[in-house]
Design a binder for this molecule. Structure first.
Ligand SMILES: [Zn+2]
Length: 1004
């Protein structure tokens, strides 16, 4: 076949330039000397910086981009402020001046000549200097400047102070990277990391002498080393007392001792790093250890620094540091520096943060969690520190590959761990044998099933926050685990060591990693580097059939690729005793591949028995020779809910009790498969015995989720079935069957702050009254669009409905449009005001006037019998007039929060509903006011345009339950206080299926 050679040629042509470039690789060099003094009374840094910039590129440089990242904290114009605001954090956007930070007093000199700078693209944290003399290839310049930093609050992001605990990161002027793609100026961001030039640092820090400092580099000041050693001895000796001293002390943190009058200057140097960070705190306790690296047996010193209140948690921190350093060295290449440090901090960006040699760790809830965070951050010394990829653009190259190593660390050190099970109520709900790998696996499957996942290769600023965490970290870890499983640990480790040796202290790009892996394996890995890294395409294989030879000498196993990635797949064969006897990988190939095995007496065949491949559906992975349905996994009935196991058909059940006015008490059982990770085909069947109707009532919901490659994020096809009694007479009930298709619209690969959804549904509905059946059917289309920011939300929904009875005597064709706006009017108190605008019109309305109430539009919202598509739950669906349950109304149509029958029309109505939180009162109490206009249809009144209004107080709980007390209203709605109890309206919103949970709101 021609396909393969042509692909290979194209691939070669595509990769050829990169092969050349990797041989011609060059990078710039920056060598810094900085002296800095900490003013811990006013939270300022005063510093002098000098750096030598060496142009190793083949290009003549005429300008220099310098990051002034403390200015990211200056005001709301920085990219940081905008990004945090967009992601729902307005700490900086509306921040108090005293909490903000900046850098000033700059006076750049290049080779002793003053130069001026401008802001690049008006960004406060990127300076652009036009060089007076062009910097030719091979030449160097000497740049110097004084600077002053106002240290921002540590609650904003990574640079900051919490009281007198200092986290000095991204604190000095620093050139942007110049690489084969040109200059890479970038503003500081919370979501999105770094890219810096390698070089050396010589940093002297002056501060009150009782501060303990953890920093990048080797400490050159002997007196300081002695100070730390003494602290470490003291901590070790007094550990039991320190722990018991803090036991039971809650609330107040360890107090800060006064700063010593005496100042000290301590000096650190380091080469082959691209950043320098330091952390200082007067309260730190210190632990010291050392780790022997594999093979070379080189010793590396480890330091842990933490506040006394966290001493118990940090007791084994040295072990975590040492083990992390050891395993990462073993799997990737030896740690090339002399020391590794972890400090206890209160940072605002994530659980921990990495810098060369030193990592800062946020609050952990347990020793397990602390170990994972320390190991992860220490691991960044490799994937960020030593292998300095452009994290801002290709975040997966550090976070994702690091996650692979982190998961591998836990799997290795704690074989048989049940980390995920332990997290879910200690394994209750049948989440039994789920380990640390399964945790990432579940998270990825969950977001993938919503269609809101993005490709691994996505720019940090384009990622939704959920995808940044789940896709960039977890999915990358999972796909590299897949690659490792396919290549085998030994081969994978060999290639990672080659990657380390070739690219240490350099800037590897994704194509460099790919070229290396393809060269070393001799394989075309486009299924990995293109499909899995660059797209949201999913992996899914199924066993088509297994044909055992007549003489039972061997079998042919036919496997079909039903996914979107043409990758390798592992097939596991088991003998009659249940032992795995064969494990083979099918190479990427045709849609259908056959594995021939010479094993006889096969009991079962499983695709990826170890669950090492991030496959979309594991429900089609098993074949069993002795089973009636050979491709069905054995049934497992479990109580309530649990995980969908890959080798079982899990059915969850729960007894259920329900009730309404006609069915009275209902007792039943709900069966479903809504476990985790979610299945493609989902069902919930809940039959109930109705003591009122003396029949079976209940609901069923069946759906299938499709993840198309383009055009829609997700398509869900399903059917809802509902049947309940509808009056107190015998043989009176309704049954509604509503097939639907729901599209989450938008481009699969793009994050947008605007969500779009389209639902198309049909309805067949039989209403039976005392044995007489009336059939109806209809169609409905609903299109919704919504978006917003932390202060403002908007939404538009337009609906068309057609509904008729079987004989066509009653027909209605309705168009509706609804707009919702809400904005926060008091930011600190979180007080919102919201307005809903509605217009509905029946374009076609055929019905005898005496029985058409159910097809009319209602200013007070539809009652049970006006809910044509059976979308809501009503306690007494057909309650009318003054009956108590007639006060239950749905939040639709005119939306008035009162129960007047005035304002019911067969023509059109329009309304405005306003709701506002009240300052100083809890937010479940709101003020409301409704205004409506409609065309009155009572002939004997003449056709008239009518206006009505009301206002009052409401109590709303979690969007499910609401009670509304009108206080004033227009006269035409009748006297409010004649029978006040009857005017109170309430809503109940239980229906999650028809409307669908809007995942966009959760994952965007
Ligand atoms: Zn990380």
């Amino acid at each position: 076949m021609l396909k393969t050679p042509i692909l290979k040629i194209i691939l070669f042509i595509l990769l050829f330039p990169f092969v050349l470039q990797s041989q011609d690789y060059w990078q710039q060099e920056v060598n810094y000397t900085i002296s800095v003094t900490l003013d811990d009374e006013n939270h300022f840094l005063y510093a002098n910086e000098e750096f030598e910039y060496i142009n190793n590129s083949p290009d003549t440089l005429r300008e220099l981009y310098i990051h002034l990242w403390p200015n990211a904290y200056k005001d709301r114009n920085s990219a940081l402020a905008k990004q945090m605001y967009k992601n729902g954090n307005d700490e900086l956007y509306y921040g108090k001046p005293e909490n903000r930070g900046w850098i000033d007093s700059l006076d750049f000199k290049i080779d002793d000549r003053s130069v001026s700078y401008s802001l690049y693209e008006d960004q406060p944290d990127i300076a652009l200097i036009q060089l007076k003399d062009p910097l030719i290839p091979g030449d160097r310049i000497h740049v110097s400047t004084p600077f002053r930093v106002k240290i921002p609050s540590g609650r904003i992001s990574r640079l900051g102070h919490i009281d007198q605990s200092y986290q000095m990161t991204q604190w000095f002027p620093k050139p942007a990277v110049y690489d084969k793609n040109g200059w890479n100026p970038m503003p500081y961001l919370n979501q999105g990391e770094f890219y810096s030039e390698f070089g050396s640092f010589d940093v002297s820090i002056t501060l009150p002498s009782n501060y303990v400092v953890g920093a990048t580099g080797d400490l050159q000041t002997q007196s300081e080393l002695q100070f730390l050693n003494e602290l470490a001895d003291h901590t070790l000796k007094k550990f039991p007392e320190i722990i018991s001293g803090w036991k039971g002390l809650k609330g107040p943190k360890t107090p800060f001792p006064a700063s010593s009058e005496k100042m000290k200057t301590i000096r650190y140097t380091q080469k082959d790093v691209h950043d320098f960070a330091w952390f200082s705190d007067k309260r730190y306790l210190v632990l010291k250890g050392e780790v022997e690296l594999p093979k070379t047996r080189k010793l590396v010193t480890s330091w842990a620094m933490f506040v006394p209140q966290n001493a118990k948690l940090w007791q084994n921190a040295i072990e975590y540091l040492n083990d992390g350093t050891y395993y990462y060295s073993k799997w990737n290449g030896n740690y090339p520096y002399e020391q590794v440090t972890a400090v206890d901090g209160t940072i605002s960006a994530g659980g921990g943060m990495e810098y060369p040699n030193v990592t800062v760790i946020g609050n952990s809830s347990s020793k397990n969690e602390l170990e994972i965070v320390i190991v992860h951050e220490v691991g960044h010394n490799w994937f960020y520190g030593i292998l300095g990829s452009n994290e801002r653009v290709h975040g997966w190259m550090d976070e994702g590959i690091n996650t692979l190593n982190e998961v591998r660390y836990i799997q290795n050190k704690y074989p048989g761990n049940k980390r995920l099970s332990d997290m879910v109520l200690n394994g209750r709900f049948h989440m039994n044998d789920l380990d640390y790998h399964d945790l990432g696996d579940f998270m990825y499957r969950l977001i993938q099933k919503t269609g809101y996942d993005q490709p691994i290769e996505t720019h940090s600023k384009e990622f939704s926050p959920a995808n940044y965490g789940i896709v960039m970290y977890q999915k990358t870890g999972l796909v590299f685990h897949y690659l490792k499983d396919y290549l085998g640990d030994k081969e994978f480790d060999r290639i990672m060591h080659t990657y380390f040796d070739q690219w240490k202290f350099k800037h590897p790009q994704p194509e460099d990693l790919r070229v290396l892996f393809e060269k070393e394996t001799g394989k075309d890995l486009s299924w990995f580097f293109t499909d899995l890294i660059q797209t949201t395409s999913h992996v899914d294989y199924k066993i088509q059939n297994v044909k055992e030879a007549d003489d039972s000498q061997g079998a042919k196993i036919k496997v079909k690729n039903v996914g979107q990635v043409n990758g390798p797949i592992e097939i596991n064969v088991f003998d009659l005793s249940g032992k795995m006897v064969e494990s083979s990988w099918l190479e990427p190939g045709e849609r259908e591949t056959t594995l021939e095995t010479n094993r006889n007496s096969i009991s079962k065949v499983i695709i990826d028995d170890g669950k090492d491949i991030p496959e979309l559906s594991r429900q089609n992975n098993t074949w069993r020779s002795k089973a009636l349905f050979k491709k069905w996994e054995p049934l497992k009935l479990e109580f309530f809910i649990g995980d969908n196991e890959s080798d079982r058909t899990n059915v969850f059940w729960t007894p259920s009790i329900a009730g309404n006015a006609y069915d009275k008490l209902m007792l039943g059982i709900a069966f479903h498969n809504l476990g985790l990770p979610p299945n493609g085909f989902q069902y919930l069947i809940a039959p109930h015995y109705s003591f009122g109707g003396k029949r079976i009532s209940g609901i069923s919901e069946l759906s299938y989720t499709l993840l198309p490659k383009t055009r829609a994020k997700m398509i869900k096809i399903g059917t809802s079935i509902k049947s309940f009694a509808n009056s107190n007479y015998s043989e009176s009930y309704y049954i509604g069957i509503s097939p639907y298709v729901r599209f989450a619209l938008g481009s699969r690969n793009k994050h947008s702050s605007i969500n779009q959804q389209l639902i198309i549904k049909g309805l067949w509905r039989d209403d039976v009254y005392a044995g007489v059946t009336k059939s109806n059917f209809g169609f409905k289309g609903i299109y919704t669009l919504n978006g917003g920011n932390p202060d403002f939300k908007w939404g538009v929904e337009s609906t068309v409905t057609y509904y008729q009875d079987y004989d066509g005597i009653e027909r209605v064709f309705r168009g509706e449009i609804e707009g919702d706006l809400s904005f926060k009017y008091l930011r600190k108190m979180e007080k919102w005001i919201s307005a809903r605008f509605y217009y509905g019109q029946n374009f076609l309305f055929d019905s005898p006037y005496y029985l058409n109430d159910h097809m009319q539009l209602a200013m007070s919202g539809a009652r049970g019998y006006q809910d044509l598509f059976l979308e809501e739950y009503n306690f007494e669906r057909n309650a009318s007039g003054g009956q108590f349950w007639a006060q239950q109304r749905n939040d639709n149509h005119g939306g008035f929060y009162s129960t007047s029958d005035f304002g019911t029309t067969q023509y059109w109505l329009t309304s405005l509903n306003v709701k506002a939180d009240i300052p100083y009162l809890p937010n479940f109490i709101k003020l409301f006011s409704n205004h409506g206009l409609f065309y009155d249809n009572y002939m004997w009144n003449g056709y008239k345009l009518r206006y009505m209004y009301n206002a009052g107080l409401s109590f709303e709980f979690g969007g499910i339950f609401g009670v509304y007390f009108p206080l004033v209203r227009s006269e035409n709605m009748g006297n409010l206080f004649d029978s006040y109890g009857r005017e109170i309206r309430f809503t109940l919103k239980f229906n999650v299926f028809d409307k669908g949970i809007n995942f966009a709101n959760i994952f965007n």
